[in-house]
Ligand binder design. Sequence first.
Ligand code: SF4
Ligand code: SF4
Ligand code: SF4
Length: 249
Amino acid sequence: MTRPKVAFFDFSCCEGCQLQVANIGETLLDILNLVELVEFREVMSEKWSGRYTVTFAEGSINNEESAQKLRMLRDRSDILVAYGSCAATGGVIGMQNRISRDNLISTVYGDQWGGEETRTVRAIHQVVKVDYTLYGCPINPAEFLSLLKAILCGISWRASDNAVCVECKFNENVCMYDRGATCLGPITRGGCNSWCVNNGNVCYGCRGMVDNPNRAGAEDVLLTHGLKPELIAAKMEMYTGALEAGNVK
Ligand code: SF4
Ligand code: SF4
Ligand code: SF4
């Protein structure tokens, strides 16, 4: 039986989400019994010129060359997955949309800038149609496996729209607000099993916001905990800058 052909590609990102799969351990061998991995730069050098059954596209799009490559991948893929927060929401790369391009380049590179021209950062779905979205910086391996299983079984799958707080309560964590810290869990999309809070950290909102976040309510809570409005906005848009209105072009 022909196995589904699966490929991973990366655009502007740190490739940490691909590493999550490369480091998945023995389960990777089980996956390879079920699918044929045809392109995955981090673990193999082979290339494939035919159609892809499932393409995982990691990273955000910030120049026309990347946009063209993404459109080509979309045309050649039966299923396209926006893979990780850079792909799903623009991720941390999208922060540059909130800053003047000239200031950004002079701050980081001084007069040494010799790179290619970049444009406004876009998430994958802002360029092509996406079939599934895996959120997270990085993605959660358990959620990746649940999506892959659903695709291979032909059953429906949808990313969680519960706030991280729901999973955090199931995990019986003591709330960070009761420990004197602030946390973006109330408005952040779950699916990570409250990963950071389970490990003693706050939620930074890496999965972006739930579909209908009570952002005003969350801002009020953060204000009462002493955060300045500019800091609240920066925290809330750290992973979603590419999706926010009023971006610097
Ligand atoms: S979402 Fe995070 S871990 Fe994944 S590629 Fe982007 S920066 Fe790296
Ligand atoms: S620690 Fe954060 S995620 Fe957990 S319940 Fe409190 S606000 Fe929600
Ligand atoms: S707890 Fe928050 S920051 Fe941590 S992985 Fe989950 S969504 Fe991301």
